[in-house]
Design a protein around this ligand. Structure first.
Ligand code: ZN
Length: 242
């Protein structure tokens, strides 16, 4: 008999319900095939194995579900409200355990909160390479579930108030095209500060408002490049001073 430890992993039922199986020791007769050395990428990022979570390719899960242990994307506000998501961006899939075991949430330690953050470029490419090699395609899984592509995720790099508008420089999180996106909008909650992660539609931003604890969509105007962005910002400032 040989013994080894199996790492935690996701298990999906036929109905598509997901739960996280914690790592556990396994014994096997020596006739069974030799257990494969754990894949170092999966040891670091167990949440990417199934491809069921497209957000996990780009954003670090910042908490674990206190009920099933699955990595989740977590927000909280000052009054202690909390929410766990399986995906960031529309349709903002809440983690299923939230409804089942509301009482478990009160036992979550009040930790110093930081909103979900994009992974490093290095980790994003590592994950993309692993998924390409193993034919795990989170975008097509998302498409088959929701009938469309997920919104692109982006990090706010700069937030500038000029005239009556707010100007944003954002960076897409895809490893292949971390292009800067220049946009403006009329109003934006304070939680959308530099470093905050948002979902980017063609003419809209979608994000989780940590004051109201609700998802929100805001219309944006996009600019083709930095030059047109700066032009618009400068002229809005001048018209604001008149
Ligand atoms: Zn859970």
């Amino acid at each position: 008999l040989t013994y080894f430890n199996r790492n935690g992993f996701y298990r999906y039922s036929k109905l598509g319900k997901c739960h996280y199986v914690n790592g556990h020791p396994v014994s096997r007769s020596s006739r069974s095939p030799t257990p494969i050395t754990p894949d170092p990428v999966l040891v670091r990022f167990p949440e990417i194995r199934s491809g069921e979570c497209s957000t996990a390719c780009y954003v670090n899960p910042n908490a674990r579900c206190p009920s099933c242990g699955a990595p989740v994307f977590y927000y909280q506000n000052e009054s202690g409200s909390r929410v766990f998501f399986d995906e960031l961006g529309p349709p903002w899939l809440k983690h299923p355990c939230m409804d089942k075991v509301a009482s478990a949430w009160s036992t979550v330690e009040q930790v110093r909160f930081s909103a979900p953050q994009a992974r490093s470029t290095n980790d994003i490419s590592l994950i993309a390479d692993w998924q390409a090699t193993h034919n795990v395609d989170p975008i097509s899984i998302f498409r088959s579930r929701f009938g469309r592509n997920p919104w692109k995720l982006a990090t706010i790099l700069k937030r500038i108030k000029s005239g009556a508008s707010i100007y944003l420089v954002m960076k897409g999180v895809d490893a292949s095209q971390q292009k800067k996106v220049y946009a403006s909008c009329d109003a934006l909650p304070r939680c959308c500060h530099e470093g905050f992660c948002v979902a980017l539609g063609r003419r809209k931003l979608s994000f989780f408002n940590t004051s109201t604890m609700m998802t929100k969509k805001v219309g944006i105007k996009r600019f083709r490049n930095a030059a047109t962005f700066i032009d618009a910002m400068t002229s809005s400032k001048m018209s604001g001073q008149e």
